[in-house]
Design a protein. Structure first.
Length: 334
């Protein structure tokens, strides 16, 4: 059921009304929005056949009347900043809601609706005019960042030196699970590694900044395209080949991770290491909402739920395996 949930979550992110639609029809609607088979498979961690082959009767039963009533309620409900802040403060204290309670919370439905509106407003930003020059500019801005350095206030800033030691550390885990604060930033600091993070690219794109993060879905494919071009700089023949890398990844299974990233890095001479930031699905989903309240960037909870234990499974598959340099993929870090 998780694959179907993710497909419908993606459609929601692109502002598609999926009521009464089968998974195959959802796929066709996504294609009309410019989401290719490969891109959708990459984001959903599943294949087109797995999505389109499902029969509509396999979808979770939804009470359409209740859904409409709930939707009308949230549409007419004028949430105050204080009400939104109240939930944010609760989550900040670590008082997390159960998954179903979180999904049905009025503030979460409000955040989802506002995110839908923004993403529908912009559409897929790749197709906006005059993007080629901007994409090159954003790629260069991204590549100009340094390694993470801890500041006196405990925060990190990407202004440190980048070392060239052919080290690449992939950090996998669920969204908003603390990968950056607990692992990515400290590892970048310790090895002088460039943080190869799609979120950093999103933060450079005009529509993302203009919407204060709410247009994360609208800029996703464009930021992914920019990231693919940026990766070439670190691979065989690239100007940055050998520069140390720290790469956060979400939701990739072991096979995709190996084929799409690890093989390319190892071919370029990198000593690849994999780290995992553990977090429960409940914690991740609550932290996604907490981050949305704080920053405006919302990830549909159906998408987060669809990742499930995928990152943990991928990590476990690399245990007891060695990389092309003959070193274990999994290393203990203090």
């Amino acid at each position: 059921m998780a694959n179907n949930k993710i497909a419908y979550g993606l459609a929601k992110e692109y502002g598609i009304d999926t009521k009464g639609m089968s998974p195959k029809e959802v796929w066709e609607a996504l294609k009309e929005k410019g989401v290719s088979n490969e891109q959708a498979s990459y984001r959903q961690n599943t294949s087109y056949d797995e999505i389109s082959g499902k029969d509509e009767k396999e979808m979770p039963k939804v009470d359409k009347t209740a859904e409409k009533t709930s939707s009308n309620k949230i549409e007419s409900q004028n949430l105050t900043p204080e009400e939104i802040k109240k939930l944010g403060d609760q989550l900040q204290r670590g008082e997390y809601l159960e998954i179903e309670d979180l999904k049905n919370h009025p503030v979460v439905k409000y955040l989802a609706r506002k995110s839908d509106e923004v993403n529908k407003k912009y559409g897929d930003t790749r197709f906006l005019p005059g993007r080629e020059k901007k994409r090159e500019q954003w790629k260069n801005e991204f590549l100009s960042m340094g390694s993470m350095q801890e500041q006196p206030d405990g925060r990190y800033k990407a202004n440190g030196p980048i070392k060239r030691e052919f080290k690449a550390v992939i950090v996998t885990g669920l969204p908003a699970a603390g990968k950056s604060s607990r692992m990515v930033n400290p590892i970048s600091r310790d090895i002088g590694g460039f943080v190869f993070d799609n979120d950093e690219i999103k933060g450079l794109i005009d529509e993302f900044k203009e919407s204060k993060g709410a247009a994360a879905g609208a800029v996703h494919e464009e930021s992914s395209d920019i990231q693919k071009e940026a990766l070439k700089e670190f691979l065989t023949g690239g100007k940055r080949q050998g520069d140390n890398l720290v790469i956060p990844k979400i939701g990739e299974d072991a096979g995709n991770l190996q084929r799409k990233l690890i093989d390319k890095l190892e071919e370029a001479g990198y000593d690849v290491e994999i780290q995992y930031n553990p977090a429960s699905l409940k914690d991740s989903m609550n932290r996604v909402v907490m981050r949305a309240i704080r920053t405006g960037r919302f990830i549909p909870l159906d998408i987060v739920e669809g990742y499930g234990d995928g990152p943990a499974k991928a990590y476990n598959e690399f245990k007891n395996k060695k990389n092309k340099k003959g070193n274990p993929y999994i290393k203990e870090r203090k």
